[in-house]
Ligand binder design. Sequence first.
Ligand code: NI
Length: 203
Amino acid sequence: MNTAIDPGPSNRTVYAIIGLLVAIILLTAGGYLFLSGSTPAALTVGGPFLLIDGDGKPVTEQTWHGKYLLVYFGYTYCPDVCPTTLTNVADALDKLGAKADRIQPLFITVDPKRDTPPVVKEYAAAFGPRIVGLTGSAEQIAAAAKAYRVYYAEHRTGPGPDDYSMDHSSVLYLMGPDGRFIAPVRADQTGPEIAAVLARLMG
Ligand code: NI
């Protein structure tokens, strides 16, 4: 047997280790490429939407082009989280002074069955003149919620057609004047806290 051709047992071990290291490097590189390739997509929130405003008119994200959008998904029958959040948003905008004129808060319902245009209009107006309520067909709402990665689901509370509540994620999304996603804003903050976060994010 020619030992120059046949690596002995110890050399085989060395080759095995080298092979393993190469495999690890390739896997790591692959993982890095995979993550770096998917990270921008994973962070993409928002995008084009077609919805209906409180007057029954179609609106898109372009309707407020040039303004920051503060987007929130909820529903008007929400017992606590939505009204608390919208109260705090209205409070935050009051605290922001002139900066608030550059922000359009949008309340998008996840319950279009009950939240017709007049219902979202009246509901949003109850929190002051700034917040605009939006609704749409079930398909339009589903598409907008998907774009913003919002979870919502009907939760039955009884046998009647109106006996349900909506489970929904509760996050504010700040979109830039160019329509690009800037950052999520925690919805469980007080008005002054939200105002401080917005002021910082707007620079
Ligand atoms: Ni709610």
